[in-house]
Design a binder for this molecule. Structure first.
Ligand SMILES: [Zn+2]
Length: 359
């Protein structure tokens, strides 16, 4: 079993520094003014009463909005109120994180007037929400990120099958394998291990098999490099690459075995006790068995009606179909419950979190 990865790198190691006022002594107020306006970023509200500075960029926002969402900022309100107002009556607070991350979090806090709620977030946005929501104690924002993941990768099999085409992040552009891979990196980097079984299972559903998984892993690597060039600290991608590849590789072959075992369980059960045409059904099951195994093992859980779909001529009697369906239903759940072992994960999916039904 792979060792559990410690949270590290840009993902989660650093906490924001407390009340660090901007460390400059501009000779005149005009110079400070020009400096701030030259490096201002959005969101920027002219009636904002605090300047946040991150990575050389300034954001003008409202103390009330920050304190209303974040326990971290709530604790800072007294020192902000008492502190020096360096720019147009605003206190200036330096935040120890990338300006892009802070921007994503501020946009999310102001989103009712700022954002199109129906669009999918980008990977970097989700990452910023998960990272800074934890550091600044903005729990609804962390839950928002988790809900986005759960909506595309729900922890129960039936809902998962209803959401097979769903994606979680914008840049996957409908490519479910790429989407699952990007989300797998995020989930592993932010200790969301309980959501990994369904995410990694989705990774293994590439139509191109293991080759498809390798291609998508390479694509996510290239994407992470692009982000790095844009100064977005996403080092965790590189640390996690091997871990995800191992899990997919192990899971892929174990799922194929589980698929084969389910088929065997159905065919070995022979016909239903209520069958009144046992000879015909026995012959039909023999033909279907050959057909099923010629199609080969797949790294997936067969659909509930897989045998009915295979019996195109409808030769098997209804009680036998119902019988095989019941066996399939039990075995399907068994495989789904075993996903944490199949992917060498430590925990079971946490079914307490339901999908949110985001459209
Ligand atoms: Zn029968």
């Amino acid at each position: 079993m792979a060792p559990k990865r410690q949270a590290q790198g840009a993902g989660s190691s650093s906490r924001p520094q407390k009340k660090t006022h901007v460390d400059v002594n501009p000779e005149t107020q005009d110079k400070l003014h020009a400096w701030v306006l030259g490096d201002r970023s959005t969101p920027w509200y002219n009636d904002g009463d605090i300047l946040l500075k991150a990575n050389g960029k300034f954001f003008r926002v409202h103390v009330s909005v920050l304190a209303g969402a974040s326990g971290y900022f709530q604790d800072l309100v007294p020192s902000i109120e008492q502190g020096e107002k360096l720019f147009e009556g605003c206190a200036v607070l330096e935040i120890n994180c990338s300006d892009r991350k802070l921007r994503h979090v501020l946009r999310a806090l102001y989103k009712r007037s700022f954002e199109d709620l129906s669009r999918l977030p980008e990977t970097v946005e989700l990452e910023a929400w998960l990272h800074l929501a934890t550091n600044f104690r903005i729990w609804p924002l962390r839950q928002e990120a988790i809900d986005c993941i759960l909506d595309a990768y729900p922890p129960d099999l039936k809902t998962f099958e209803d959401r097979l085409e769903a994606c979680c992040v914008a840049e996957s552009k409908g490519n479910r394998t790429l989407d699952a891979m990007l989300v797998a990196f995020l989930a592993m980097d932010h200790d969301l291990d309980t959501f990994l079984p369904s995410i990694l299972y989705a990774c293994c559903q590439s139509r191109l098999g293991m080759l498809g998984i390798y291609q998508i892993l390479d694509e996510t690597q290239r994407y992470a490099k692009r982000l790095k060039r844009q100064k977005f600290t996403f080092d965790a991608f590189f640390d996690l690459y091997g871990d995800i590849m191992e899990k997919c590789y192990a899971g892929f072959s174990r799922l194929a075995v589980a698929h084969h075992d389910l088929l065997m369980a159905v065919f070995d059960a022979k016909f239903s006790p209520r069958c009144d045409q046992t000879l015909e059904c026995r012959i039909t099951l023999g033909i279907l068995r050959e057909r099923a195994f010629v199609m080969g093992d797949r790294p997936s859980i067969p659909r509930l009606d897989w045998l009915k779909d295979l019996d195109t001529a409808g030769k098997l009697c209804p009680p036998c179909h119902e019988y095989t369906r019941q066996i399939t239903a039990v075995k399907r759940q068994e495989i789904w419950q075993r996903l944490p072992d199949i992917f060498d994960l430590d925990k079971h999916p946490d079914v307490a979190h339901g999908p949110r039904g985001r459209s």
